[in-house]
Design a protein around this ligand. Structure first.
Ligand code: SF4
Ligand code: SF4
Length: 345
């Protein structure tokens, strides 16, 4: 397996990491099998979050006795000192580790959130304290907002940035990746398979192989997924000829539909959970059915019906996505999911 250095953190990681969202959907034993297979294949970088229900504890159990040489990254979305401190302590316990190699502020969507984090009583106080104590080694952030990420990469504290990057949402290649490189931040690509919008791992990872200092973290649920991905990444092959043309066509077609989760369209004046509606397909692929029924489809099937088709959101979306049409289709899908869930429970 190829390796790379995550910017000024100096952390050495495999050229592909392991994203910890989908293991929420499988049993502890199944998760252990897929995680240990990844380690056997040379994957050394594991990324999870305090907010991914039992993902941290599944990783902690699976790596028992094999912690050496692995880089564990997790996140907290809390803006407060108390909240972040509690989540860091919980992450250490869940992952059965003495140190979080990379702590990331989870989903900083705007500068108001950053001001909360760095203000009095904010989460930064807890993170700096954890660094002093040796509980956290390195610090990064994750975001879906390009404008916010471009500002945050200027902050001295950060050693890594995690942002969606794949052959459909390739905008970070223009400014964010070069800026991260210039500032010596490691770049971690979330959603390398476009958040579950397409399944062609060969095209997806040949595209990413073209960026030798970017480490993708695909969400993994099955042994065969990690085997296929590792084979493509280890080969170092990049897109060429007919494959390149096919990838460009996919990018052009899906780019007109793919939500970047940047939140520029929010909030809806009528309370429609726009981003959930735009991402229902991918969420259904990655989250456990109970979570989908509990807070995704349940909420959407009720609040999504409040759309008046005013068009305010479409005016604000920088990618000109057909939000109204997608909300309508997702509400119907959410209602069907709920009917099916209720029939089964
Ligand atoms: S079109 Fe619908 S979802 Fe968009 S802002 Fe108006 S009410 Fe909200
Ligand atoms: S619909 Fe458009 S503006 Fe809204 S989160 Fe998605 S990409 Fe961003």
């Amino acid at each position: 397996m190829r390796e790379m250095t995550l910017g000024k953190s100096g952390l050495r990681v495999s050229a592909v990491g392991f994203g910890g969202i989908p293991i929420q959907r499988i049993s502890e034993n199944e998760a252990a099998t897929v995680i240990r297979t990844a380690i056997d294949l040379g994957v050394t970088f594991f990324d999870t979050a305090a907010g991914y229900t039992d993902s941290e504890s599944k990783i902690g159990k699976a790596i028992a006795g094999r912690r050496d040489g692995l880089v564990l990254a997790t996140k907290s979305g809390s803006g407060t000192r108390e909240g972040a401190q509690a989540e860091i302590e919980r992450s250490l316990r869940q992952m059965k580790t003495d140190v979080i190699d990379l702590f990331q502020f989870h989903g900083i969507s705007d500068m108001a959130k950053w001001e909360q984090i760095t203000g009095p009583g904010g989460a930064m106080e807890a993170v700096l304290e954890a660094q002093r104590k040796g509980d956290v080694a390195h610090v990064g952030f994750t975001s879906h907002s390009l404008d916010t990420a471009l500002e945050l990469v200027e902050e001295e504290i950060f050693e890594t940035v995690q942002f969606p990057f794949n052959l459909v949402t390739s905008e970070p290649a223009d400014e964010l990746i070069p800026k991260a490189r210039e500032r010596a931040l490691g770049f971690i690509a979330m959603k390398p398979l476009c958040g579950g919008q397409y399944d062609d791992a060969v095209l997806a990872f040949k595209f990413l192989n073209g960026f030798s200092d970017v480490v993708p973290i695909p969400g993994i649920e099955k042994v065969e997924e990690i085997e296929q991905i590792v084979a493509v990444v280890a080969s170092g092959a990049v897109l060429e000829g007919a494959e390149k043309e096919r990838a460009e066509k996919i990018a052009a077609d899906l780019g007109k539909l793919f939500c970047r989760r940047c939140d520029y369209c929010e909030p809806c004046p009528h309370g429609v959970p726009i981003q959930t509606a735009m991402n229902l397909h991918g969420l259904c692929k990655r989250l456990p059915p109970a979570s989908i029924a509990g807070w995704v489809a349940g909420k959407l099937s009720e609040e999504g019906t409040k759309c008046t088709e005013c068009g305010e959101c479409e005016e604000k979306c920088p990618y000109d996505l057909p939000i109204i049409e997608t909300v309508k289709a997702s509400v119907e899908k959410a209602k069907a999911i709920m009917a099916d869930w209720e029939a089964r429970s």
